[in-house]
Design a protein around this ligand. Structure first.
Ligand code: NAD
Ligand code: GLY
Length: 379
C-alpha cells in the first residue's frame, strides 16, 4: 500500500497553526509523515478494538521504522470510553511507559478516541502534543479538527474538556473501507451540514452524488471507484471548519453555526438515553427538524427546506423509536447547554449556505416540528 495522494490544509488559530493532511493509502507511512513535523519520541497510540484490529499494527510498525517508541493502548470503544476513569487509566499507561514532556499522544480512531486521547494529551503533564488520525468520516470532517477535546460527566456529554488544538491531523480516506455503512452515513450527515451552513456549491454537489442511483449505497458509490470525489468533499469540509475555527476558536459566536442540527439532535439522543441514534444520525434528524422549523417561521423558502430534507433522506437514518414521545424530547431540549437565559437558541438555515441564530422560537412551532418528526412525516 503506497502513499497515493496527500493534500494539506492549514488551520490557523490563536493557540496554534497546524496542518491537516488528507490522502488515500497514507496510514502505512504515518511514521514518516509525523516525523516531518515532530521529533521521534515515546508515543502513546490510543485506539479502539475495531480500529486497532485493522490499522493498529500498521501504525506501530511505521512509527517504529522512524525511530518512535510507540506504546499501543487498545480500548473497548464506544461513548462510555469518554470518561474520566478511562482518561485516568491512560494517564497511568503514559506514566508507566515513561512518557515525559517530549512525548506525543496519537489518537487512531473515530470521534470517541479523538476526543478522549485529545483530552488526555491536553492534561497529561500540563499538555503534550496530540496527533489525530481520524478513521471515521465524522472524525475526518469534524471532530479531529478544531481542538474540542472532552470526556463525559454523568450529568451530560462533553462537559469536562478543553480547547486544545492538535499538532497534526492525518486523515486517510482508505480507512473508510472498513467503516460500517451505518457509521459512514452518519458521517455524511456532518458533511452535508457544511453545505447547508456555508457552501451552496458543496450542497449541490452532494445532491448530484447522493441522487446518482436507486437502491443507493453512498459508501459503495464513494469508495468503490478510484474517484477522488469524496476526498475533495472532505477537504472542502476541513477548509470550511478551519475558516470558522480560525475566526472563533472558543465558540463565542460564529463557531456556533457548527452546532446546526445539534439542538434538536442532542434532544433526540438524550431522550433515547444515547442508545438509539448514532451521533451523526441524530444530527441528520436535527437538521431536518431545524429546516422545517425555519420554513414554519417563514425564514426559509419551502423549496430549500424540501431539498435539505430530501438530501438527508438519502442517509437511511432509522425511524424514530416507537417509545419516544413529545414530552421526552421537549424535556431534553431544555437541558441543552446552548440555552441562553430562558429561551432556546437554534441555528436555522435562511438559504442554502446561510444560517441565523434564532432565539426562542414559539414553543407551539417547536412542538409541531417534533410531532411531525415523531409521526414519521419528516425524514
Ligand atoms: P466512534 O469513534 O465511536 O466510531 C464509530 C464506530 O466505528 C466505533 O465502533 C469504531 O470502533 C468504529 N470504527 C471507527 N473507524 C473505523 C474504521 N475505519 N473501520 C472500522 N471500524 C471503525 O464514533 P464517531 O462517530 O467517529 O464519533 C462520535 C464522537 O465524536 C462522539 O463522542 C461525539 O461527541 C464526538 N464529536 C466530537 C466533535 C468535536 O468537535 N470534538 C465533533 C463531533 C462529534
Ligand atoms: N463539532 C463542533 C465544533 O467543533 O465546534
Amino acid at each position: 500500500m503506497g502513499e497515493k495522494i496527500l493534500y494539506k490544509v492549514k488551520i490557523r488559530t490563536e493557540q496554534k497553526t497546524y496542518p491537516v493532511l488528507l490522502g488515500k493509502k497514507v496510514l502505512n507511512n504515518v511514521g514518516r509523515i509525523i516525523s516531518s513535523y515532530l521529533p521521534a519520541c515515546r508515543t502513546l497510540l490510543v485506539s479502539d478494538k475495531n480500529v486497532a484490529a485493522h490499522y493498529g499494527e500498521m501504525c506501530m510498525e511505521s512509527l517504529r521504522k522512524r525511530g518512535f517508541q510507540p506504546f499501543l493502548e487498545v480500548l473497548e470503544g464506544g461513548e462510555k470510553e469518554k470518561s474520566l476513569a478511562t482518561a485516568s487509566a491512560l494517564y497511568s499507561s503514559a506514566l508507566e511507559a515513561g512518557l515525559d514532556r517530549s512525548a506525543i499522544i496519537i489518537a487512531l480512531g473515530g470521534g470517541v478516541i479523538g476526543d478522549l486521547a485529545g483530552f488526555v494529551a491536553a492534561t497529561y503533564l500540563r499538555g503534550v502534543p496530540c496527533v489525530q488520525l481520524p478513521t471515521t468520516l465524522l472524525a475526518m470532517v469534524d471532530s479531529s479538527v478544531g481542538g474540542k477535546v472532552a470526556v463525559n460527566h454523568p450529568l451530560g456529554k462533553n462537559l469536562i474538556g478543553a480547547f486544545y488544538q492538535p499538532a497534526l491531523v492525518v486523515a486517510d480516506q482508505s480507512t473508510l473501507i472498513t467503516l460500517p455503512e451505518r457509521e459512514f452515513n452518519a458521517g455524511l450527515s456532518e458533511l452535508i451540514k457544511y453545505g447547508i451552513i456555508r457552501d451552496k456549491t458543496l450542497f449541490e454537489k452532494l445532491e448530484l452524488s447522493l441522487f446518482a442511483g436507486k437502491n443507493f449505497s453512498p459508501k459503495k458509490y464513494f469508495l468503490e471507484s478510484n474517484s477522488t470525489r469524496l476526498l475533495k468533499y472532505i477537504i472542502r469540509a476541513v477548509i470550511i471548519k478551519g475558516e470558522i475555527v480560525s475566526q472563533d476558536e472558543r465558540e463565542k459566536d460564529l463557531r456556533r453555526i457548527l452546532n446546526f442540527g445539534h439542538t434538536f439532535g442532542h434532544a433526540l439522543e438524550a431522550g433515547t438515553g444515547f442508545r438509539y441514534y448514532l451521533h451523526g444520525e441524530a444530527v441528520a434528524c436535527g437538521m431536518a427538524m431545524a429546516a422545517r422549523l425555519a420554513v414554519l417561521l417563514g425564514i426559509l423558502e419551502p423549496p430549500f427546506g424540501q431539498r435539505i430534507i430530501a438530501l438527508l433522506k438519502r442517509l437511511h437514518v432509522p425511524p424514530p423509536p416507537g417509545g419516544l414521545n413529545l414530552n421526552d424530547v421537549t424535556e431534553a431540549l431544555f437541558y441543552d447547554k446552548k440555552k441562553e437565559g430562558d429561551g432556546l437558541v437554534f441555528i436555522l438555515p435562511t438559504a442554502l449556505g446561510q444560517t441565523t441564530a434564532f432565539k426562542a422560537p414559539p414553543a407551539p412551532l417547536i412542538e409541531r416540528v417534533i410531532e411531525e418528526y415523531l409521526d414519521g412525516g419528516l425524514l
